[in-house]
Ligand binder design. Structure first.
Ligand code: CA
Length: 727
């Protein structure tokens, strides 16, 4: 479906970057409010007490063994101070236990570990608690969401995890309930309905808890709902306050004073369309300033001429808003995309950190939203400090630091000009919900970045429907626009991006094997960045240069972010595998997972010297997908490759690279690594799949040989693809 023409260039760029070596790093700064008066790391005791409170969460960085909230600390940095697993020994990392999940739907939760229990959510908002060391299931809870609600979820029936507080576990259910469970038994303690269930609201995000108030948002920006967040008493479920992100009908009065001036930035009868602005994922809290930061979503419908004819900024769409968590009152906002009309949500992760800027330590808020700019704001005032493109962007030239506003390219307003335009990024964004990580060790942000575009075609005659997306744009016409623009028009790239938020520049990137795929990230004091991928692998990268140091087969695509914790002196890394997209090619697909098979949704837990094995799966060649890159080698190179292949590879992988392998040895023609020489060399020269029997051929083969073999196998894959097409 999606063709990619730029992988060779990207791989070349990655090699160039790697050759340049790690960039000079700024001096380490201390994490915000890291407490110095806490004693040694707390050894996790399997009391399953879930005894989380304000002080413990504020001091999270002084308790490295625990992972007490989805974002790890209040600043949502997703950095672990643990370093038992590090760049020197990560090659000994192995699975220690795994747990199959109930469904084959998407899995997006970050595992939370405190007091010896590991808590996850899975599809349909189900919750499970395990002994974090042994994997023994402690309890399971199913909120029994009406499966008919699934149609209201834009992007699968996912859930991104729990919050834990004073012996309770909290989950937002897809149908709009907020539910408190007894952490020891999984028994439901209270449940409140947080939305009008007659409307297509859903909840997929993680609750956050500040001073005993559980705060939850909702989703539905594609369906015509009005966004807000609500705080509930963690003990009783009693509502404390609600903050709306967009004004309602002025004739009904305004729920909050700032909505009165926000309404001046709207036109027409926006309230009749709901107008969007849902807070479906990101929130962060800074105890020092006592501010809570929320990320606000896109307008509903996307097409601003339908939503607010004649324009206007449309506050507080696509904004970061700072509020007082005591009463939900407004403090400041920064709008990333005034008059949003491209689905440019600012719901992406908000990270609070102290950065050394111009010789001064500044408390900042960072975000890499869909619109492609990386923002650094003053955390106290919301003033824009810097904004630079972290992916290619064609809707704006830059962000004006004086006004804080993007300088748009007029043609990008397809609904004003009436002329369709291929805009980059598209609605998938330069970065979506997949969590990033700010390393206190390198002071870099590790960001799952994607490059994509879409043809935006206004659909002025849109009729609002109760089912399906109401965007006011014509997707089919947009696709035709891109197709007509030629083979190079669809931009599809994905990579793990190491970003210096002070210098606002790229330090390195590691290409994803599947060029549309993003997955959440964790970084550690061990110098590692962990991330799953769309090819069925879980990978560890070196934090300074992005070199792949280790990988394991997950038998599923992964989109969720990992977490890491320590019990009885052993560091563990936990991740949920399973996503909407199955690995169609790549190491995790060949011989393990197919389009016809289940999604293999699992909780996977790794530690040094782990020996647990996933069950072996066998597939037929017909079930596999074939997606080779274009052939670029000349005959001389192919001859070299044929010779080297015949000598070193054919005994297992078959003559002429044409073995079906009877499901035992991978048919290399289906390998996603055909798209990336460095990934190919990771197996052939660096032995990344040695644990499966594919040892390194370093010493037998040189770089010239491996590239020639790669091109030879590509030639066979291209021939097979042509053959299958003509059958
Ligand atoms: Ca959206």
């Amino acid at each position: 479906m999606i063709k990619n023409k730029n992988l060779g260039l990207l791989a070349a760029a990655a090699i160039l970057l790697a050759a340049c070596g790690p960039a000079e790093q700024p001096a380490a700064t201390q994490a915000p409010a890291a407490s110095a008066n806490i004693a040694a790391p707390v050894a996790s005791v399997a009391s399953y007490a879930a005894a989380v409170d304000s002080q413990r969460l504020i001091n999270a960085d002084s308790e490295p063994g625990s992972w007490m909230a989805a974002g790890r600390n209040y600043w949502e940095q997703r950095f672990s101070p643990l370093d038992q697993i590090n760049t020197e020994n990560v090659n000994q990392l192995g699975l220690v236990w795994s747990a199959d999940l109930d469904t084959s739907r998407g899995q997006e939760a970050t595992p939370v570990m405190v007091d010896g229990a590991l808590y996850i959510t899975s599809a349909w908002s189900m919750v499970k608690a395990y002994d974090a060391k042994t994997g023994r299931l402690l309890w399971a809870y199913d909120p029994e969401v009406d499966r008919a609600r699934g149609v209201d979820a834009c992007c699968d029936v996912v859930n991104r995890g729990v919050a834990v507080w004073q012996g309770k576990v909290f989950v937002g259910a897809l149908d709009g309930r907020l539910i408190a469970l007894d952490a020891k038994t999984g028994q439901e303690l209270w449940s409140v309905v947080t939305v009008d269930q007659s409307k297509p609201y859903t909840i997929t995000g993680v609750p956050r808890i500040v001073d005993g108030k559980v705060v939850i948002g909702n989703a539905g920006g594609e369906y015509g709902v009005r966004g807000y967040i609500t705080a509930y008493d963690a003990a009783t479920g009693e509502q404390q306050w609600r903050f709306y992100t967009v004004p309602g009908n002025p004739a009904d009065g305004f729920e909050q004073p700032e909505l009165e001036w926000a309404a001046d930035t709207w036109n027409g009868e926006w309230w009749a369309m709901g107008a969007g602005g849902t807070v479906w994922d990101s929130m962060a809290y800074d105890p020092q300033s006592h501010l809570m930061y929320i990320g606000v979503g896109n307008g509903s419908p996307w097409n601003q001429e339908l939503r607010s004819p004649g324009g206007g900024d449309n506050l507080f769409l696509t904004s970061i808003v700072a509020i007082n968590p005591d009463d939900g009152s407004y403090v400041w906002h920064y709008q990333t995309t005034p008059g949003e009309t491209w689905d440019y949500t600012a719901t992406q992760q908000i990270v609070v950190a102290d950065l050394d800027i111009g010789g001064e330590t500044r408390r900042v808020v960072m975000q890499a939203p869909k619109n492609g700019f990386f923002y650094v704001l003053d955390a106290l005032t919301g003033r824009l400090l810097s904004a630079e493109k972290f992916v290619p962007v064609n809707w704006a030239t830059h962000v004006d630091l004086e006004t804080g506003r993007p300088v748009e390219i007029p043609e990008a307003r397809y609904n004003i000009t009436g002329v369709p335009m291929i805009v980059q990024p598209g609605p998938l964004g330069g970065h979506n919900w997949h969590p990033m990580s700010y390393s206190q060790k390198t002071n870099l942000v590790y960001l799952p970045a994607t490059e994509n575009n879409m043809g935006y075609v206004a659909q002025p005659d849109m009729v609002v429907s109760e089912r399906g997306w109401n965007t006011g744009t014509d997707f089919a016409e947009g696709a035709r626009l891109v197709a007509a623009a030629g083979a190079a028009a669809p931009v599809r790239q994905a990579y793990l991006l190491a970003w210096d938020p002070v210098a606002q520049r790229e330090v390195w990137r590691a290409p994803q094997l599947i060029p549309t795929h993003a997955a959440g990230v964790v970084s550690t004091a061990g110098g590692l960045v962990f991330q799953g991928n769309g090819a069925g692998e879980f990978v560890a990268y070196r934090d300074t240069d992005g070199e792949r140091l280790w990988s394991a087969i997950t038998q599923s695509s992964t989109v969720a972010a990992p977490s890491t914790y320590m019990i009885d002196g052993v560091q563990y890394v936990a991740v949920l595998a399973g996503s909407r997209a199955l690995p169609q090619t790549g190491p995790g697909a060949v011989g393990s997972t197919t389009r016809a098979s289940s999604n293999n949704s699992r909780l996977l837990v790794y530690a040094l010297n782990g020996t647990h094995q996933l069950p072996t799966q066998v597939i037929t060649a017909e079930e596999r997908a074939l997606n080779p890159p274009p052939l670029i080698a000349n005959n001389e190179m192919l001859a070299q490759g044929e010779q080297a292949y015949g000598r070193f590879c054919s005994v297992c992988h078959g003559n002429n690279a044409a073995s079906d392998g009877a499901g035992v040895f991978p048919d290399l023609r289906y390998s996603a690594r055909l798209h990336n020489l460095d990934a190919w060399n990771g197996v052939v020269l660096r032995g990344e799949l040695a644990s499966g029997g594919m040892v390194s051929f370093d010493g037998q083969l040189n770089q010239s040989d491996t590239e020639a073999i790669l091109q030879y196998v590509i030639s066979k894959a291209v021939a097979l693809a042509e053959d299958l097409q003509t059958r």
